[in-house]
Design a protein. Structure first.
Length: 375
């Protein structure tokens, strides 16, 4: 059971997220950059950036990239991997607004079908692509529309509920997505599959930032600058071994997400109207912040379907983004960290990363230094 959970919910979702990054996400960034620069200084180079961004964000391209990412993560043979391009493109287009979830389900099934026959016959170059593409296409025709409809309906419900009850939904979304970010599953893939945008997407950003920035500052005593960077701009997933050993170390980031989530939705009105995948990224490579900024100028199709419109951000928008993303999670976790260390919930070494990068003032242990000294 653990093998299949890891294969389908961890590896496949992570691969799907990487496919989204390499198509929809980077394409949106390139397109938005080109548009803004072209507005300031019309130039053929900037028009080319817009064109390149449009190429990368086409629905069939995004679907193909997700499917290949899934197949690669599942260690699919080459012919299966290449055949998934057609399957992913078809599933994403047919799935509509919920296309990413349709791609996830159908690409996994098509990949397994292809793996069953891969290298089993003397005409593998014909049989493997045939089984993968035909099987994936059949599933697409029968299921993709309904899978996509179900995912988009659930996403729409979450977005609607957040607009209706921004305080409570701000807490729920922020905490749940933040926890998913730190667990060995892909919060980005979840947000993309559900199409979380608007205030719901903003709450998701808040929760992810609370986990990443929270653990980065909480563990600074043990991990110094290397830990600050690897967790603050990388992933809070690095703390999972420590969480298993002492679950109390997770309290501060979760509390921070429960505080910043409703502040994002109720006070700062922080909306993620860029690519929905950015909602589950937090400060990883600053993708969450870039997504919010791109959504101000160039809302995604999912955001537009929920009534979003391009805006010219004011001072309050920038203040909200900085406070929710960096300042508040850091302050809350520093204060809670001091309290928890004082009462013994967190002890020195509890947050040390397993393989911390050596600091400048440290030297690697040598065999001589490890030998007991003679009396």
């Amino acid at each position: 059971m653990n093998k299949y959970v890891r294969r389908y919910l961890v590896d496949a979702m992570s691969g799907m997220a990487q496919g989204l990054f390499a198509s929809l996400l980077i394409g949106t960034i390139i397109k938005t950059l080109g548009q803004q620069l072209n507005n300031l200084w019309p130039n053929p180079v900037f028009n080319f950036l817009i064109t390149a961004g449009n190429f990368a964000t086409e629905s069939h391209v995004v679907g193909a990239a997700m499917a290949v990412g899934i197949g690669y993560a599942m260690k699919a043979p080459a012919l299966v991997l290449f055949s998934l391009i057609a399957v992913g493109a078809a599933a994403n287009v047919t799935g509509g607004a919920g296309g990413p979830f349709a791609v996830l389900v159908i690409a996994i099934a098509a990949c397994e079908l292809g793996c069953l026959v891969s290298k089993k016959t003397k005409v593998d170059i014909l049989v493997t692509p045939l089984v993968t593409i035909v099987g994936g296409s059949l599933l697409t025709v029968l299921l993709a529309k309904w899978i996509g409809l179900g995912a988009s309906s659930l996403g729409n419900l979450i977005v609607w509920a957040t607009t209706l009850q921004p305080f409570w939904m701000g807490i729920i979304i922020s905490v749940v997505v933040g926890i998913a970010l730190t667990l060995p599953i892909s919060s980005a893939a979840i947000c993309a599959a559900l199409g979380l945008t608007g205030l719901a997407g903003g709450a998701a950003v808040a929760g992810c930032c609370a986990q990443m920035i929270g653990f980065a500052v909480l563990s600074y005593r043990e991990n110094k600058v290397s830990g600050l960077v690897s967790q603050g701009l990388g992933t809070s997933m690095l703390q999972m071994p420590n969480i298993i050993k002492n679950p109390k170390v997770w309290i501060a980031p979760i509390v921070a997400s429960a505080i910043t989530g409703p502040l994002a939705t109720c006070l700062f009105k922080l909306e993620m109207n860029g690519a929905a995948v950015s909602s589950g990224m937090g400060t990883c490579g600053l993708v969450g912040q870039i997504g919010v900024i791109s959504g101000w100028f160039n809302p995604s199709e999912a955001a537009l379907s929920h009534g979003a419109a391009a805006i010219t951000p004011g001072a309050w928008n920038w203040i909200g983004l900085i406070m929710i993303s960096f300042v508040l999670p850091a302050v809350i976790c520093i204060l809670l960290g001091k309290l928890f260390r004082k009462i013994g919930w967190i002890k020195d070494g509890d947050l040390a990363l397993e393989n911390p990068v050596l600091r400048k003032d440290e030297k690697p242990a040598t065999p001589e230094s490890q030998l007991p000294k003679e009396d």
